[in-house]
Design a protein around this ligand. Structure first.
Ligand code: SF4
Length: 66
């Protein structure tokens, strides 16, 4: 497991935005994620590129998930 810090994809509302299963929701409360986890970024500016990100990736489009 890896620790997910503020500003990283795992805590962003766009992380797996269109397919938020229990695994992604759990990261919000535990700040822990599997090292192998990769999912789509749903940010409108990046969505068309089908960007795949890990929980510890990041960009300036970060928006904290509710
Ligand atoms: S790449 Fe940027 S917008 Fe996409 S999930 Fe990560 S922090 Fe959020």
């Amino acid at each position: 497991m890896v620790t997910v810090n503020e500003g990283q994809c795992g805590l962003c509302t766009h992380f797996g935005e269109h397919n938020k299963g229990p695994q992604l929701v759990e990261i919000l409360s535990t700040h822990q994620a599997a090292e192998t986890l990769v999912t789509d970024c749903g940010h409108p500016k990046l969505e068309g590129l089908h960007l795949r990100v890990t929980p510890v990736s990041g960009c300036d489009g970060f928006e904290k998930a509710a």
